[in-house]
Design a protein around this ligand. Structure first.
Ligand code: UD1
Length: 420
């Protein structure tokens, strides 16, 4: 197993290019199930989660040609509609094949994803919405068995909670359904917006893109032709490098990004006292001598993202004063706190709130990554910790960050990948 060894403290400088967004790529790969042609996806992040979903499609009978930053996927000859446990258990987002498989074939079996490190993460909202569209759903032997012998029908779906993959799943199901589907309380995340835009470009009628009410006009089973497209930049990867600049109090330019997808993150850094130079597709973070504590609440887009919570928690340990971070999306998303405490951070947890007292001089230690974003928070903290930190179990990190150690090395970090 690989681990990362980081020597701190360190200063960074220079610029870094951001890769395509993993969370946009996943639904867009699942979307190829709706295509009549071979689909070319560019600016693909070369990370494990992407390879996992491509493998899932290949197991179903799709052909996929993967290059470093692009993939061609052809699902025309696909006949198998069973997404098996061995793949789904490694990546919850596999559930994204449920909507498109059901709407195209009228039946499918998808393994239940189960819980994960950050909370229960049920899929009840996905299933309820598909039932409203006429699906018959049962759970047998750990699998979701879904049938719609006469095809899915448009319906008015009102999500009780905003769900990102739930919205994506229902958009894809609705695309081939019969008639009109309205999704009220839809997710506004840029990754959902891109899915809708690509489908619209392929000829699916979709109104309200980027709003909380989407109307999708289904094709009644007709597959669509999808032109090549580029995945949007990864706003969470970008935010993580902004935090890398901030925690080391260094000047770093983050390139190839969409600053409008990062407004909540940028606003928090400015509130802390950092100066940001925002251009069309880059942000430069400038160091500051006057930093202050902030309060953060994680919420759905466009508010502060839960996927940046761990990185900001690490950052708050280096700012004078008391910061409070409230996690509103996932019930168990503070696993990184005990690891940061091992480095010397002063953090108190109560319910879904973390109180961080800064500024603490962190000291290197052995720590363990517990989930994808928690892993990057540990790397950030390690860059300001005195001495050597070994971050173990970085397979979490490899699920979602493209060549993290190489990108950080190019900025001047003393980081290397070693074998246990
Ligand atoms: C997506 C992102 C993940 C991010 C999360 C929140 C992908 C692949 N993953 O995850 O990185 O942290 O959005 O921004 O895009 N819920 C239910 N029932 C459901 C579905 C969700 O109760 O059927 C709850 C969840 O437990 C959670 C909340 O709704 O509390 C939001 O979850 P959701 O938006 O669905 O997260 P994901 O799409 O899994």
């Amino acid at each position: 197993m690989d681990y990362l060894q980081i020597q701190g403290p360190t200063k960074l400088s220079g610029s870094v290019d951001i890769s395509g967004a993993k969370n946009a790529a996943l639904p867009l790969i699942a979307m190829t199930l709706l295509a009549s042609n071979e689909v070319t996806i560019n600016n693909l992040p070369n990370v494990v989660d992407i390879k996992t979903l491509i493998k899932l499609l290949s197991n179903l009978g799709a052909t996929a040609t993967l290059n470093k930053c692009s993939v061609k996927i052809d699902t025309c000859c696909l006949t198998n509609t069973k997404a098996t446990y061995d793949i789904v258990k490694t990546m919850r987002a596999s559930i994204l094949v449920l909507g498109p498989l059901l709407s195209r074939f009228g039946h499918c079996e998808v393994s239940l994803p189960g819980g994960c490190a950050i909370g229960q993460r049920p899929i009840d909202l996905h299933l309820k919405a598909l039932e409203q569209m006429g699906a018959e759903i049962s759970i047998e032997a750990g699998y979701v068995l879904a049938k719609a012998p006469n095809g899915l029908k448009g319906a008015h779906i009102v999500f009780d909670k905003i769900t990102v993959t739930g919205t994506a799943n229902i958009v894809m199901a609705a695309a081939l359904a019969k008639g009109k589907t309205i999704i009220t309380n839809a997710a506004l995340e840029p990754e959902v917006v891109q899915l809708c835009q690509v489908l619209k470009h392929a000829g699916i009628g979709i109104d309200g893109i980027g709003s909380s009410e989407l109307t999708i006009y289904g094709t009644d089973g007709r597959l669509v032709e999808i032109e090549p497209f580029d995945i949007i930049p990864d706003r969470i990867e970008a935010g993580t490098y902004m935090c890398a600049a901030a925690i080391t109090n260094s000047e770093v330019t983050i390139n190839k990004i969409r600053p409008d997808h990062l407004e909540a993150v940028s606003a928090k850094l400015e509130q802390m006292g950092f100066t940001l130079v925002v251009k069309k597709d880059s942000i430069t973070v400038k160091p500051s001598t006057k930093l202050k504590a902030v309060d953060i609440i994680t919420q759905e887009f466009p508010a502060f993202p839960t996927d940046m919570q761990a990185q900001f928690l690490a950052l708050c340990t280096q700012v004078q004063g008391v910061s409070i971070i409230e996690e509103r999306l996932f019930e168990n998303r503070f696993m990184h706190v005990s690891e940061l405490q091992r480095l010397g951070a002063d953090i108190k947890l109560k319910g879904n709130s973390a109180t961080i007292s800064g500024k603490q001089q962190l000291v290197g230690a052995d720590v363990m990554a517990t989930d994808l974003r928690a892993s990057s928070a540990l790397v950030l903290a390690a860059m300001v910790a005195e001495g050597t930190t070994n971050v173990h179990r970085i397979y979490h990190l490899d699920r979602g960050y493209v060549e993290l150690e190489k990108k950080l090395q190019s900025l001047g970090a003393n980081i290397k990948r070693l074998k246990e």
